[in-house]
Design a binder for this molecule. Structure first.
Ligand SMILES: [Zn+2]
Length: 333
């Protein structure tokens, strides 16, 4: 039986995305901080496969192929430009193997760092960059395309234009750095309208900011447009005056104490659903524990039904001993 596509699933209700790959794989020793290129897909595909499995088992309905920064110019910075095809192919293949019939696989385009506003030659270079990755990803078999982490609306619009050429559903999300606007000064509402006008099926925001600083702009998008909206925030706590986690001195080596709890990410998922966000996922800093709690709050996974005999003569764990099951209704409040 053919898998239900992303648009079909969104029509039925909120879809749960996955978490962040590069930063987590960096912590595990497979990605180099600095370039943050995804050669792990070639060099240690088992490590990538394992993280996909963790997200799938946590309840994610979409797995993003790890082709973020797998563009020619980015790969050239680490001497791997000749392995672009091989890398994009391997990343999609690994995601598809793990996805099976359970999850959808999204191809992935990201910011290129090549875009310049008002420069037709830069725009053409970005087009070529996207087309090169898309050709391989589509050939390998993705269910839809996600273009993400665009500070420049102009670059996001090029991603929509190129991804649409594939004939697959297209989701493109922008990001706000430390001010509530795109790099060229567009508001969330204007950016969402422009992306839908360009033909995107799903638009929204991802990365850089935690739920606390992304849901405001998302709400403005929700008021401005009626199409499907996606939200994929980071799971790091950031101050109001510096909401972009990559601008903090803690990036990338001291982020650990800033990581949000799974309860905070579950609260985010509930808020996003109540706000009418359709694609509810997450980005950097989000690991399986977060996705699992998000899945639980969105009723994507059942409560744990394994046998546990408690309330006997003696408590048999600290959880029982300190009455956590009474304090935490269903263990989750
Ligand atoms: Zn991110």
């Amino acid at each position: 039986m053919k898998k239900k596509g992303i648009l079909e699933r969104l029509k039925e209700g909120p879809v749960l995305g996955d978490g962040g790959y590069l930063l987590e794989l960096e912590k595990r020793g497979w990605v180099r901080a600095g370039p943050f290129t995804p050669e792990v897909a070639l060099m240690y595909p088992t490590a990538l496969r394992e993280l996909h499995v963790e997200f799938r088992e946590a309840g994610a309905e979409v797995l993003q192929a790890l082709t973020f920064y797998a563009s020619r110019d980015k790969l050239a910075t680490v001497g791997l430009e000749d392995r672009l095809e091989e890398l994009n192919r391997s990343a999609v293949r690994v995601a598809r193997e793990v996805a099976g019939d359970q999850c959808l696989v999204a191809g992935n385009l990201s910011l290129t760092w090549m875009y310049e506003p008002g420069s037709p030659s830069a725009a053409d270079r970005v087009r070529k960059t996207f087309d090169e990755q898309l050709a391989v990803q589509v050939d390998e078999g993705v269910d839809f395309i996600i273009g993400e982490t665009f500070s420049w609306l102009g670059e996001a619009l090029i991603a929509v234009e190129r991804a649409k050429q594939t004939g697959l559903p297209v989701m493109v999300t922008i990001c706000f750095e430390n001010t509530d606007q795109t790099a060229e000064g567009k508001s969330a509402a204007d950016a969402a309208k422009a992306l839908f006008d360009a033909g995107a099926d799903i638009v929204g925001m991802n990365c850089l900011r935690p739920p606390q600083h992304i849901l405001g702009p998302m709400e403005q998008m929700r008021k401005a447009v009626s199409g499907y909206l996606a939200c994929q925030p980071v799971a790091y706590r950031t101050p109001k005056e510096k909401p972009d986690f990559t601008s903090l001195p803690e990036f990338p080596y001291a982020l650990d104490p800033l990581q949000l709890t799974r309860k905070e990410m579950a609260d985010y998922a509930a808020q996003a659903r109540d706000m009418g966000i359709n694609f509810i996922g997450a980005c950097c800093g989000t690991v399986a524990m977060h996705i699992r709690e998000m899945a639980r709050v969105l009723n994507k996974i059942p409560e744990d039904s394994r046998i546990w005999k408690k309330g006997g003569e003696k408590p048999m764990s600290a959880y029982e001993y300190y009455d956590h099951d009474k304090l935490n209704v269903a263990g989750r409040k």
